[in-house]
Design a protein around this ligand. Structure first.
Ligand SMILES: *[C@@H]1O[C@H](CO)[C@@H](O)[C@H](O)[C@H]1NC(C)=O
Ligand SMILES: *[C@@H]1O[C@H](CO)[C@@H](O)[C@H](O)[C@H]1NC(C)=O
Length: 225
């Protein structure tokens, strides 16, 4: 039962999930009564299209650059670089969605795996060293195991929170389904001994996809024996 508590450590921080909703913008074409005495309908106003385009100037960074920029994703960054997945997320011509476990999530996992204290600095080493054992696949090297673990947190294409809610989850790069919880704010972990994963921040736009920050590391079903 102890792991449940450990994985729930970030739950309090996750209480206020920022759900970004597209505000309905009032239509520009609403009928406006002509002023009394108007002689003739004025010509339709011409809005310079360049102004609108310039407002969106500045391409967002790649997913890799987004991860690198954040102090709370340093363990994920190292893990992605170790596995080669970093290159995928740095490519401009791909489109992916990354459910990025923050450092606290990896520290929780490390703590749980070791059944003892662990800090941020040691978390990646612990996670890398132990994942192969958890997998129960002695023939698989730890780096491949880590890659499979991380790919469970990725899906092809840009999946916004809205898409996630509509689809009630996503299919990971591993081909496994990850379900969205009924509250629309958690991902349901397939490992029953582990708490569901809180979605902490959503819809962080990248030039090659979208990133959501999550407060836990998820376990693919294939890791159970
Ligand atoms: C994407 O870009 C890489 C080089 O960065 C290239 O090798 C690859 O063929 C490109 N893929 C597509 C589908 O354009
Ligand atoms: C979750 O999203 C679904 C689909 O939009 C909606 O029907 C449901 O009420 C939402 N649940 C909560 C708790 O907001």
């Amino acid at each position: 039962m102890a792991p449940r508590l450990l994985f729930g450590a970030a739950a309090a921080a996750a209480a206020a999930v920022a759900v970004v909703m597209m505000a309905a913008t009032p239509g520009c074409g609403a009928a406006v009564p002509a002023p009394r005495g108007a002689m003739a309908a004025p010509a339709t106003a011409v809005v310079a299209p360049s102004a609108a385009r310039q407002a969106t100037a500045g391409t967002p960074p790649t997913l890799a650059a987004l991860v690198a920029k954040r102090d709370d994703l340093s363990i994920l960054e190292e893990a992605l670089k170790l596995t080669g997945l970093w290159d995928t997320l740095a490519k401009a011509n791909t489109s992916s969605t990354l459910f990025a476990p923050n450092d606290a999530a990896f520290v929780d996992l490390s703590f749980w795996l070791k059944e003892g204290g662990s800090d941020k600095a040691g978390a990646l080493k612990t996670v890398l060293g132990e994942l192969g054992l958890i997998a129960g696949f002695p023939k698989v090297d730890p780096v491949s195991s880590l890659a499979a673990f991380l790919e469970f947190h990725m899906t092809d294409g840009a999946v916004s929170l809205k898409d996630l809610v509509a689809a009630r989850g996503y299919t990971s790069v591993n081909g496994e389904r990850v379900k969205l919880g009924a509250d629309n704010k958690t991902l349901v972990d397939t490992a029953t001994s582990i708490d569901d994963v809180k979605i902490l921040e959503t819809d962080i736009a990248a030039s090659n996809g979208v990133m959501h920050i999550v407060g836990g590391v998820m376990f693919p079903t294939t890791w159970r024996r």
